[in-house]
Write a protein that binds this ligand. Structure first.
Ligand code: FCB
Length: 466
């Protein structure tokens, strides 16, 4: 299928030479081959009745480990220059620590070989939420010891792959793992305990800091970053400005100040009170080790109002603003119900530059994308026919223009990864939400590039927006 015509009234946008274009996935969301790895917290969560829509799970997912060669060829055919994926910790260390699995490591060696053969840069993330259940049984990231479990795992991976992989991320969206996993309980491991959530938020960053050190002692030439998900926070008058400050504090400033400045914001520590007693002298310096790059995942701005009884029994992930609830806003949304706010993306990137200035390393947009349910047209016609997901094309176009707008104003962005390469297991939403450039038929595992895949491939190849 040909790329769609350029958006009306929009001029083409050229990106700088060397700008890195790719797509992203994560281990639990695509891999399958459940038998080949240890249990992780998401396996356990999927077994909990009602936790994941339709009782979906990751046992097969996109069967990517079996179809890896075809998937890499598909990436090359699309024109991707880089592939952001995650290593499954329980696949390489089934017990989380101790003996590594030769089979698990071999699977990733094969993936990396295939990518390099196709001239696609592998950009792995070490932790995209699938903590080995064996470590969760010992308290997971609630335990301070988790920092050393993670650093040991990171060093192992640097020894195995450091000769062929330059750019690595430690964590993916540690806010989500901490607060969706331990405060609101929407994600694995499904706890609802603010003190645990704050301990996890701190220990993840401590683990990040120790991992940077451990990996650099294996090889000094690695390019190391972390992927976070900051977002502009808007509140209505009913909720008020102080709640805006508190939510912004735990969602955004905790992570940014932590990794870029080596200190947590004092007002946030104050808001968290005794929950933050897990922070020990010296920890913040360890967390603030030099970063080679910063990964930003952006989907939409956040809007909040005062929680009312009518809002139902949900628990806010914002532990210092428990009175907050998501607010419906009068804007177009994607099929998952998230508002479409590209202006907020540009504003976010400008804020990073304004607030962190020289402390800000080069930025990569490590995820950005949209859930739309478009499938093959015409019941029974099979997946060979076109999937004309123009709404996804429009989303990418608008958000890439936002990135370009921020770059024009001096923000140092070096690359962009679409979420996601293909439809996959969308956490508590199961397989109901499709974020892929490529459609996956979960019955047959047939992959069909959507119109957006061809459009994005052209953007990658030409380094410009039409
Ligand atoms: C991000 C996650 C990613 C995916 C997208 C839609 O928060 O990092 O795994 O689920 O959202």
């Amino acid at each position: 299928m040909n790329a769609p015509a350029p958006m009306p009234d929009r001029a083409p946008v050229r990106f700088p030479n060397g700008f890195l274009w790719g797509a992203a996935t994560a281990s639990f969301q695509i891999e399958g081959d459940r038998a080949g790895r240890g249990d992780c917290v998401w396996d356990a969560f999927c077994r909990r009745p009602g936790a994941v829509l339709n009782g979906d799970h990751g046992d097969v997912a996109c069967d990517h480990l079996r179809l890896m060669a075809d998937d890499v060829k598909m990436m090359a055919d699309l024109g991707l220059q880089a592939y952001r994926f995650s290593f499954s910790w329980p696949r390489v260390l089934p017990e989380g620590a101790g003996a590594s699995s030769a089979t698990g490591l071999a699977q990733y060696h094969r993936l990396v070989d295939l990518l390099l053969e196709h001239d696609i840069e592998p950009v792995p993330t070490l932790f995209h939420w699938d903590l080995p259940q064996a470590l969760e049984d010992k308290g997971g990231f609630r335990q301070r010891e988790s920092a050393w479990w993670f650093a040991d795992y990171a060093a192992l991976m640097a020894r195995e792959f450091g000769d062929r992989i330059e750019r690595w991320a430690t964590f993916n969206e540690p806010w989500c793992y901490a607060y969706l996993g331990h405060a609101s309980g929407e994600h694995a491991p499904g706890l609802r305990d603010p003190a645990s959530a704050v301990a996890v938020a701190h220990h993840e960053l401590l683990a990040h800091g120790y991992a940077l050190e451990a990996m650099r002692s294996v090889r000094a030439d690695l390019s190391l970053g972390i992927v976070i998900n900051p977002a502009p926070v808007h509140v209505d008058d009913a909720l008020g400005d102080d709640a805006q400050r508190r939510i912004d504090g735990t969602l955004n400033r905790w992570w940014l100040d932590g990794v870029l400045l080596g200190r947590y914001p004092l007002d946030v520590l104050d808001d968290l009170g005794s929950w933050a007693n897990c922070v020990q002298d010296g920890d913040e310096g360890q967390i603030g080790q030099e970063l080679d790059w910063l990964g930003i995942n952006y989907y939409n701005d956040h809007f909040y109002t005062q929680r009312t009884a009518a809002a139902g029994p949900g628990v806010s992930p914002h532990v210092s603003a428990p009175e907050s609830a998501p607010m419906q806003v009068d804007r177009p949304t994607t099929d998952i119900g998230w508002p479409i706010t590209p202006q907020g993306f540009e504003a976010l990137l400008m804020r990073l530059q304004d607030d962190y200035g020289a402390a800000l390393p080069p930025i990569y947009i490590t995820e950005n994308g949209a859930a739309y349910s478009d499938g093959p047209a015409g019941a029974g016609e099979g997946p060979g026919d076109g999937i004309d997901d123009q709404r996804r094309v429009a989303y990418y176009d608008a958000h890439l223009r936002a990135v370009a707008g921020a770059m024009d104003q001096g923000v140092d962005v070096h690359g962009y990864f679409a979420w996601s390469l293909m439809d996959n297991f969308e956490w508590a939403w199961g397989y109901s939400q499709r974020f892929g450039l490529v459609h996956v038929d979960y019955q047959t595992q047939v992959r069909t590039p959507k119109a957006s895949a061809h459009w994005f491939g052209d953007v990658c190849r030409t380094n410009r927006l039409p």
